[in-house]
Design a protein around this ligand. Structure first.
Ligand SMILES: [Zn+2]
Ligand SMILES: [Zn+2]
Length: 161
């Protein structure tokens, strides 16, 4: 239980790296695994999570739900600065899974369709596929090599609102 709380704190403090940072993704998978383990043992986490919210001043119940729903939901804290497109710096939706605005998603798809990947990386950070994709320096953190399928998924999510 305390490990789950620590994991959630990690998601919280590495929040600025969302949705792509390696540390925050690691924290997210740890929280998912711990939560599944506690559920299997029949442990009710709600009162401890409520207390953690007072301890940290974050809405931990919401953070936990969004963490468990990742990547369908992205566990942004209310206090997180607004996420930006890693390619052009435009503000992007807090629901975005890739660090890209719609225009840059389209640009990436166009680039890949034309067979012009500029990427020096081979792995997509979202799905793990080995493929040269659209290269983005996300949030000044690290290079992201988004594959064509993940770009398509993002475009479909944008279209669905
Ligand atoms: Zn952009
Ligand atoms: Zn991918």
């Amino acid at each position: 239980m305390e490990e789950l709380c620590l994991g959630l704190r990690d998601v919280g403090v590495s929040n600025a790296q969302l949705p792509d940072g390696e540390d925050v993704r690691e924290a997210i998978s740890r929280v998912k695994a711990l939560s599944a383990e506690l559920a299997r043992r029949g442990v009710d986490v709600s009162s401890r999570i409520a207390r953690l919210s007072t301890e940290t001043n974050w809405d931990m119940d919401l953070l936990l739900r969004e963490t468990l729903g990742f990547p369908r939901s992205v566990p942004y804290l209310a206090s997180t600065p607004d996420p930006k497109c890693g390619n052009c710096g435009m503000p992007i939706s807090r629901k975005a899974v890739l660090a890209l605005c719609p225009r840059c998603v389209a640009q990436g798809l166009g680039q890949l369709a034309a067979g012009r990947s500029e990427s020096h990386l081979d792995t997509c950070p979202i799905c793990g596929r080995q493929e040269k994709g659209f290269l983005v320096y996300a949030y000044g953190l690290e290079w992201m090599n988004y594959c064509g399928d993940c770009l398509e998924d993002e475009r479909a999510r944008e279209a669905a609102g």
